[in-house]
Design a protein around this ligand. Sequence first.
Ligand code: TXA
Ligand code: MG
Length: 308
Amino acid sequence: MKTERLGHDKGAIEYAAGLLAEGELVAFPTETVYGLGADATQDNAVAKVFDAKGRPSFNPLIVHVSDFEMAQKIGVFSNDARALVDRVWPGPLSVVVPLRDDAELSPLVTAGQASVAIRMPAGTIARELIRALDRPIAAPSANPSGKVSPTTAAHVLDGLDGRIAAVIDGGACPAGLESTIIGFLEDTPRLLREGAYVPDFELERATSPSKNPLAPGQLASHYAPDGNVRLNAEDAREDEFHVGFGTIDGDTTLSREGDLVEAAARLYAVLHEANARHVKNIAIAPIPDTGLGLAINDRLRRAAAPRS
Ligand code: TXA
Ligand code: MG
């Protein structure tokens, strides 16, 4: 893939929004760092984010919105959360709030959780891009996993050239540091990540691991489906719901073509389907432990871990 380097005039932004609408990835500047954007409503597009970054696990992603109305269609804002974003947005603050039941988001964005991180960036290019797409954009920092966050388009290309459709060059990011993340899931707000917004009020830090949703995937049996899960199952027993991959058909399949991006995109939908069918036992075909398969297997091992 050739990564296009775009300007940030109106035409370029509309072109970039068109790429996003087609499910492609576009890196764009925000006031904090460059984000690696995907249409947050498309499973396949969001799966590509993990593939491009080489992320070994499905961390939840921050959803970027252009206005509060868009935010309200995704998350449930308490009075406190609303008051804070009214003061700070647009700006370098992400809030974690309960996910709305009717939110039109790919479950990969929230890693299947019932909470969502939302932010309205101050950078005008970012908001123009979201407005042009007319849908929220899921975006982690636009660097390969484990590498430093990019603050120029050149940094983005250093790490992701050839792995994404385009980058919008909007110059250097003024803050150069990621957004502050504050959780509004309990009675009192909690600081989940320090960042470019410095809170001007007292705030508890997330310390206890059980209450720290920053690393939700670290809990061994997190987001397990209702049924028991058996991995590397080439065949299924009669009492098992078989999830296939590639040449293994199964009762349903993560990807008949053996495509890891498609498998990642379908992962949560398949686990939800198993719940909806009230199956007691789920057998999942082997998934290769390469590329995006690493994140898929990480997630599946957690789903299969003994329940506490
Ligand atoms: O400034 C920023 O926040 C940049 C720009 C692009 O907006 N984005 C960014 O995304 O730093 P990323 O993926 O590098 O970091 C996202 C952080 C992760 O630590 C993730 O665990 C946390 O946000 N996060 C996302 N959704 C969450 C949720 N529902 N609950 C708790 N933490 C969440
Ligand atoms: Mg990052």
